[in-house]
Design a protein around this ligand. Structure first.
Ligand code: HEM
Length: 274
């Protein structure tokens, strides 16, 4: 455990040191080997990338960069979405007019809106292509089954994000798309009517539905997506890095100790075969 500095220890230190200790309770830089190891193990951002990466994982053609591109479109969506929130008002009286104002009266408004719209289309397409790449390279198999399941939830959430965003302009296209979409949900067996009512907050598409779709679109779904993406990345690390063909795994020289840094948590130590 990194020790909490005693008041005496910070006395005489620079003001910057004292501010640091008042916030973090640990030295700015780890001072011992143990501190160093603990800083890495306890910190999500330091631990998410393994210390060693197989060169195959770095080659563009291994992944085609599809997972990362999906992630970057999500970042673009978050940034442009926050900017759009400064103008948008989720009420039937104002929503449509605000979208028109955004296009005509706001500096770069059309560009902002199009960035958001096209990134949303791109994210759906890229997530699907990424899923195909994972499947066609057999990367969904053991020990990565759980990350595949997480991926399926990510895809469903991505689609739900698009669906909830579709209503927000409150134009004819949006209105009728949601009327049809939620009617289809209503046909689901047993729970159909309840799901439709929970989504709309009413028996038809109106102000309650607009508010619900807005809250889901700007707060609930992005938060869940962010957490799941973090978990998805963490699992890649814990599953031993990106998948590699079997013969490649067998040839990998095992570093000292048990198994390589890229080996799955529960994998047996690798044997060096020549
Ligand atoms: C929001 C959507 C998603 C994001 C941001 C994302 C991100 C990533 C990234 C950055 C990687 C590293 C390798 C690469 O770039 O291809 C990866 C790997 C992986 N993803 Fe996704 N992903 C998403 C959706 C999905 C979906 C829909 C599936 C499948 C249902 C999936 C399953 C996997 C699996 C199994 C791996 C490990 C692949 C390997 O070991 O080669 N992901 N993901």
């Amino acid at each position: 455990m990194q020790s909490v500095p005693h008041a005496d220890e910070t006395r005489g230190k620079s003001i910057l040191h004292r501010i640091w200790y008042s916030i973090f309770r640990s030295p700015p830089l780890p001072v011992s080997e143990l501190d160093r190891a603990q800083s890495v193990a306890n910190n999500f951002f330091l631990h998410i990338h393994s210390a060693k990466v197989h060169e195959r994982a770095l080659r563009f053609k291994t992944t085609l960069g599809l997972g990362l591109m999906t992630f970057f479109t999500f970042i673009i969506l978050v940034v442009t979405g926050i900017l759009l929130m400064f103008y948008y008002v989720p009420t039937p009286e104002k929503a449509y007019d605000r979208m028109l104002d955004l296009r005509s009266a706001v500096f770069f408004g059309t560009f902002l809106r199009n960035m958001h719209r096209w990134s949303a289309h791109a994210m759906v397409l890229l997530a699907l292509l990424h899923m195909m790449r994972v499947f066609l390279t057999g990367s969904h198999k053991s020990p990565r089954e759980f990350n595949w399941v997480l991926g399926v939830f990510l895809l469903l959430l991505t689609l739900f994000m698009s669906f909830t965003g579709y209503l927000l302009p409150w134009d004819q296209l949006a209105y009728w798309a949601i009327v049809v979409g939620t009617a289809i949900a209503g046909y689901a067996p047993v729970v159909g009517d309840q799901v439709r009512f929970i989504l709309l907050g009413d028996s038809q598409v109106g102000s309650e539905a607009l508010l619900r779709f807005y809250v889901l679109h700007v707060a609930v779904l992005p938060t869940v997506l962010t957490l799941l993406i973090g978990w998805h990345f963490w699992r890649i690390r814990k599953d031993g890095g990106l998948a590699r063909p079997r013969e490649d795994l067998a040839l990998a020289p095992a570093p000292a100790g048990t198994g390589s840094d890229n080996a799955p948590e529960d994998a047996p130590p690798e044997k060096e075969e020549r």
